[in-house]
Each structure stands twice: as structure tokens, then as C-alpha cells.
Design a protein around this ligand. Structure first.
Ligand code: DAH
Length: 345
């Protein structure tokens, strides 16, 4: 085979291989095979030396021309492969802006928080301020200031988580009565405040007990406040929360920080007052404790009980939520089971 034919064959095969290459790595190997130091063109060029002198220039220039052609073909193919891989990448990353977006799950207020929000709205509408107080409380406020001196038997009513001798997890929101009384400036008008929050008891959890639950405390202190104001206020709250058909009934009770003390019932929402299993046939459901603020509570907070007086109450929003939604296990509110909680979304 003449040198020319050999070169033409290398060129034809080379161009075919270049054309067929599918990626840059393969193309690189072809380049080395054709144009590298040990490549076929170089090998063939060595043969030029053996040709008669007059044939050498023609053969040499043919070899150069073929090398140039192959080089151009390699470069063209390389840029074609690069464009193809870029296009492929772009196609894979393409975003279809017309597709519907992913549904992002939104959070929502806890059902108890919703009830608290409703209660807050009702009382804000009646001119109350909303205060929040410490969950880790001083024994002084939780008990002493609420007219429960050390060794008072009523302390047993509220099993307490103590942190130290003087510091505890508050067992009720009532200490906020004392804190509000201490700081309120009566020259600016009456004290009307509610204070919602979490409270803690050393109870064993069961369907009706939780070691952590909520209360909303309320207190109104002014001159000439009567028990009728208390009943009217509780009735207004009940009507706003449940509807006008619901009534409030007060029964005598005992709390150390009120005198007289009452427990308030509202019409059973399950039977509308006829009597059923939920209200144990009575037609009434107990929902809160209340009373006229004990003179000692006023005195200890620096308020003159001969001049000022009023009422206080403590509501359980957990109980309201259970009644309103027919939940019969209080623990459901605290187990963070989304299947349960999203029902109230
Ligand atoms: N602190 C009481 C409790 O946790 C509830 C209560 C009763 C609050 C009577 C009051 C009240 O403000 O007047 O059981």
C-alpha cells in the first residue's frame, strides 16, 4: 500500500470514529490514537523518510493536511458533544412553571389556644387587660399571697411540683391576682384583668386529669362591686362562647382566696339541660371556681379592703374544649397527635 493510500485510510477511519464518538472521553482516546506521539499519523510519517526524495514533499504536505482535517473534525465534534450535554442538563433542570405548586402544610393554633383566644377577645371587649405571669412561681405568690399560709390544710387541694422550698411550678393562675393587685394604680381606675396560662399539678394522668393544663384567671377590683357583677360577667362570657341559651348557676363552695366562694355551672351542652350521661342527669356542668376576693388577699397586696373589693374567677379552657368538641380524654390535647389536633384546624 502506498503511503498516500495509507494516509487516506487513516483519515477515513479516523473521521468515521470521530463521527461515532458519544462522549468526550471516547473522543479524547480517538485523538490520542490518531494524533498522539505513538498515534497512527506519526507512525506513518516516519515512513516518509524511506520515500524517494522527490516524493517526500507531496507526501509530507498530504500528511499535514490530513492531520489538520482530523484536528478540525475533533474540535467540531468536541463542541457538538459539549452542546449536547449542556442541552441535556438544561432539559433535566427545566422547570414547568405551569405545574401546580407543592402543598406546604401550614401550622394552626392548638384547639386550647383557640378557646383561650376566644376568651381573651370576650374580655378585651369588656375592657379587661390581659396579663401573663411566670409558670415557675414563688411559693409566696402561689400560696401565701392567696391566703394559704404554711400548713394551711387547703394546700393539699393542690399537689405541687416543688423546685426548691420557695420555688414551684404554679398550681393555678391565681397568683396573678396578687401580682396584678400589687402593681395596679387604682388612681387610674378599676383593676380588670384576665391572665391565661399553663398550670401544673402532681396528678396521675387519666382521662380527666393531666399534670399540666390551662387556666384563665380573672379579677375585677373597684368600689361597689357585687356578686351580681360576677354572675353577669360569667353569663356574658358563657353567652359569647356557647350561645344565649346557656345559663349560669352559682353554687356555694370554698376557696381560701375568696369569701364567699362559689362554683359555677353552665347548662349542659350535650343535652341542653334535660339531663344526660355527660352531666350525670343534672342538666348542669361545672366549669369554674369563683368568688368575692378575700379581704386578706387585698390587704396583703397593699389594697385597702374597706375601700375596694371585687370578684375573681378561674376558668378551665381544657374543660371548655372537651365539652365543646365532645373530647372525652384530656390527654389527647397534650400528646401532639396531629391526626387528632388537625381536626380543629
Ligand atoms: N385557683 C383555683 C383552682 O385552681 C380556681 C379558682 C377558684 C380561681 C376561685 C379563682 C377563684 O379566682 O375565685 O382550683
Amino acid at each position: 500500500m502506498s503511503l498516500q493510500t495509507e494516509l487516506e485510510t487513516i483519515k477515513d477511519n479516523g473521521l468515521r470514529q470521530i463521527e461515532a464518538a458519544t462522549d468526550q472521553k471516547e473522543l479524547n482516546q480517538i485523538k490520542v490514537q490518531l494524533l498522539g506521539k505513538k498515534g497512527s499519523i506519526t507512525q506513518t510519517l516516519r515512513g516518509i523518510a524511506k520515500l524517494p526524495v522527490e516524493e517526500r514533499p507531496t507526501a509530507g504536505s498530504l500528511a499535514n493536511q490530513i492531520r489538520d482535517e482530523l484536528t478540525t473534525a475533533l474540535e467540531t465534534k468536541l463542541s457538538a458533544l459539549e452542546t449536547a450535554s449542556l442541552n441535556q442538563k438544561l432539559a433535566a433542570e427545566k422547570i414547568d412553571v405551569t405545574l401546580p405548586g407543592d402543598q406546604i402544610p401550614f401550622g394552626h393554633p392548638h384547639v386550647i389556644q383557640k378557646i383561650i383566644d376566644e376568651i381573651e377577645d370576650i374580655f378585651i371587649g369588656m375592657g379587661y387587660q390581659v396579663l401573663s405571669g411566670p409558670e415557675v412561681e414563688e411559693e409566696h405568690y402561689n400560696f401565701e399571697m392567696m391566703n394559704l399560709p404554711k400548713d394551711h390544710p387547703a394546700r393539699d387541694m393542690q399537689d405541687t411540683f416543688y423546685i426548691t422550698k420557695e420555688i414551684l411550678m404554679r398550681t393555678h393562675t391565681s397568683p396573678m391576682q396578687a401580682r396584678a393587685l400589687e402593681t395596679h394604680d387604682f388612681s387610674q381606675g378599676p383593676l380588670k384583668m384576665i391572665s391565661p396560662g399553663v398550670v401544673f399539678r402532681r396528678d396521675t394522668d387519666d382521662p380527666t386529669h393531666s399534670h399540666q393544663f390551662h387556666q384563665v384567671e380573672g379579677i375585677v377590683i373597684d368600689k361597689h362591686i357585687t356578686m351580681a357583677d360576677l354572675k353577669g360577667t360569667l353569663t356574658a362570657m358563657t353567652h359569647a362562647l356557647f350561645g344565649d341559651k346557656f345559663q349560669v348557676r352559682l353554687r356555694p363552695s370554698y376557696f381560701p382566696f375568696t369569701e364567699p366562694s362559689v362554683e359555677a355551672d353552665i347548662t349542659c351542652m350535650n343535652c341542653g339541660g334535660k339531663g344526660c350521661a355527660v352531666c350525670k342527669g343534672s342538666g348542669w356542668i361545672e366549669v369554674l371556681g369563683a368568688g368575692m376576693v378575700h379581704p386578706n388577699v387585698l390587704k396583703m397586696a397593699g389594697v385597702n379592703p374597706h375601700e375596694y373589693g371585687g370578684f375573681a374567677f378561674g376558668v378551665g379552657p381544657d374543660r371548655f374544649a372537651m365539652l365543646k368538641y365532645g373530647v372525652n380524654d384530656i390527654r389527647d390535647f397534650y400528646l401532639n397527635n396531629l391526626k387528632f389536633l388537625t381536626q380543629f384546624d
